[in-house]
Design a protein around this ligand. Structure first.
Ligand SMILES: Nc1ncnc2c1ncn2[C@@H]1O[C@H](COP(=O)(O)OP(=O)(O)OP(=O)(O)O)[C@@H](O)[C@H]1O
Ligand SMILES: [Mg+2]
Length: 238
């Protein structure tokens, strides 16, 4: 039990092509953690992480094998053909269980969360474990959703930081609106530009992913911090 763990729940939102997957990949590469559990059925995160295909785990043996590297990237297509939701639930439950046996911070990450945890209805056991009781196992989360309205209430309730790229649809803007963010500013963001909002402290930072201007907590490291700086070109980072 890690009851002293200060859980960080990151949600990255934004319209299509705005920079979400690139942000998550940079965040994961820079975040200090014992293990990053990455659910990536279609491969966009693996690609943005610069990970070699040999880094992908397809089954429990591969998952356990990769724990020591600090990265477990799971592709569910062999174990759960055509059923990514079942794959997500399996991987989330496994990540939560494994996290309980390790000290330190772990991160559970997924692109396009609305595909695996539909915004309405029961969230599934894996999701409930990671978001409701992740703290007990030192397990943080970092996920992407196209719009704020596509994030399940359980995940919203456990969000401590919202990073939002340009949002245009009225429904996508609902959650940021509820949080008091300036909707006109969100609608006017350019490609790669984002607002990072700390839901606990209320601090707001504006940044540009492709201009590497972001400063502050919980985000992309500055050049030199952990070797993941903007100019670090690592073809096969993992
Ligand atoms: N350094 C860069 N400068 C400008 N554009 C870039 C740079 N790196 C990546 N891009 C482009 O930015 C776009 C957005 O990237 P990304 O895939 O991260 O967005 P996304 O929000 O995840 O998109 P989607 O909704 O399609 O998944 C891509 O078209 C990518 O080619
Ligand atoms: Mg993407």
């Amino acid at each position: 039990m890690q009851l002293d763990h200060n859980r960080h729940g990151l949600v990255i939102a934004g319209r299509s092509g705005s920079g979400k997957t690139s942000y998550l990949a940079r965040y994961l590469r820079g975040a200090p953690a014992q293990v990053r559990f990455v659910f990536d059925p279609d491969g966009p995160l693996t690609m943005r992480l610069g990970a070699h295909s040999s880094a992908i785990a397809w089954d429990p043996v591969g998952m356990v094998d990769r724990l020591g590297s600090g990265w477990v990237i799971f592709n569910p297509s062999r174990m759960f053909p055509g059923d990514n939701r079942a794959g997500f639930d399996f991987f989330a439950r496994w990540a939560w269980n494994v996290s309980g046996k390790m000290r330190g911070r772990k991160i559970f990450a997924s692109d396009e969360i609305q595909k695996y945890v539909p915004p309405t209805g029961a969230p599934g056991e894996g999701c409930a474990l990671v978001w409701d009781t992740g703290r007990q196992h030192g397990l943080d989360s970092a996920v992407i959703a196209q719009g704020g309205n596509r994030v399940h209430e359980l995940i919203r309730a456990q969000t401590t930081e919202l990073v939002t790229f340009q949002l245009v649809s009225r429904r996508g803007l609902e959650w940021p609106g509820d949080l008091g963010l300036d909707l006109k500013e969100l609608q006017a963001l350019g490609k790669g530009e984002f607002i990072a909002f700390d839901l606990e402290g209320g601090a707001k930072h504006r940044g540009n992913l492709f201009g590497f201007q972001r400063k502050g907590k919980g985000g992309i490291p500055e050049k030199g911090a952990g070797g993941n700086g903007p100019k670090a070109k690592r073809k096969h980072a993992i």
